[in-house]
Design a protein around this ligand. Structure first.
Ligand code: OMP
Length: 263
């Protein structure tokens, strides 16, 4: 069998390194070069203690062609280090376009995962599930996001229950339909902000087969709590501890998160 995101991640520590690069926070006349060296060293030094590395596409896209090239090199480097990759691109569009998004991410990088937005409905997500199954990958569907405005739509009453629980019902069905080799996990996971502990508990019970990507550690104030299938993710507080690139501080921060997540 080739690379398999779900099997690999399920066997690793539950901490995800978020890579949201900010060139302005890097010193020297060539901040992008510094950024690349730092990202490589950081992935290497933290690799054994991570479930995965999550690349936030917007930060790379904002840098134009140089950003896309950097993203490609860092994704390839993560794979060489044996680190599973999450493409945090939050894709979602009609089926024919979703197919192209899936080719650009899941199919292009076998054994990786992609964040997707469910607003367009089931037919728009099907190409992502198919691509994940064909490539040993996974899909994380946004269910309850970490930001305060997540309440605007996600908490709206939808027939006596908040909309995010309705979305979760569908995610549970998709998770059944797209099993992975690593029991009990599915290729269909969920994104649930760590800033909503009650929702996290409700959803953990409602989605027994889904791995959860749980952002919000650190900068957004989420408290780490251990739990089966919870992949806690930190970007700023782990990549830039103290607001700047600092390998030693990042190692200490990763260790502190790992201890908290070990229970
Ligand atoms: O899918 C995500 O990763 C995500 C979902 C969500 O609900 N909230 C959220 O903050 N994220 C991402 O998680 C990261 C959070 O960054 P920090 O707040 O710096 O740790 C960013 O890359 C966000 O785009």
């Amino acid at each position: 069998m080739g690379l398999d995101f779900v099997s690999e991640v399920a066997a690793r520590p539950p901490l995800v390194l978020g890579v949201d690069p900010r060139p302005a926070w890097h010193p020297g006349p060539e901040p992008l070069e510094h950024l690349e060296r730092y990202a490589l060293e950081l992935m290497e030094t933290l690799a054994d203690g991570l479930a995965a590395v999550k690349f936030q596409y917007a930060f790379f896209e904002a840098l134009g062609g140089a950003g896309w090239a950097l993203l490609e090199r860092l994704v390839a480097a993560a794979r060489v280090l044996g680190l599973p990759v999450i493409h945090d691109a939050k894709r979602g569009d009609i089926g024919s376009t979703a197919e192209a998004y899936a080719r650009a991410t899941l199919a292009r990088w076998p054994g990786s995962a992609l964040t997707v937005n469910p607003y367009l409905g089931g037919d728009a997500l099907e190409p992502f599930f198919e691509a994940a199954a064909a490539s040993g990958g996974a899909v994380f569907v946004l269910v309850k996001t970490s930001n305060p405005g997540s309440a605007d739509f996600q908490d709206l009453d939808a027939g006596g229950r908040p909309l995010y629980l309705r979305v979760a019902e569908r995610v549970a069905a998709w998770a059944e339909a797209w099993p992975a080799e690593a029991e009990p996990w599915s290729r269909v996971g969920a994104v649930v902000g760590g800033t909503h502990p009650e929702a996290l508990e409700l959803l953990r019970a409602a989605l027994p087969r889904s791995l959860f990507l749980v952002p919000g550690l650190g900068a957004q104030g989420a408290e780490p709590r251990p739990g089966a299938g919870l992949l806690w993710s930190a970007s700023r507080s782990l990549f830039y501890p103290g607001g700047r690139p600092d390998l030693a501080a990042a190692r200490r921060q990763a260790e502190a998160y790992r201890r908290a997540l070990a229970g």
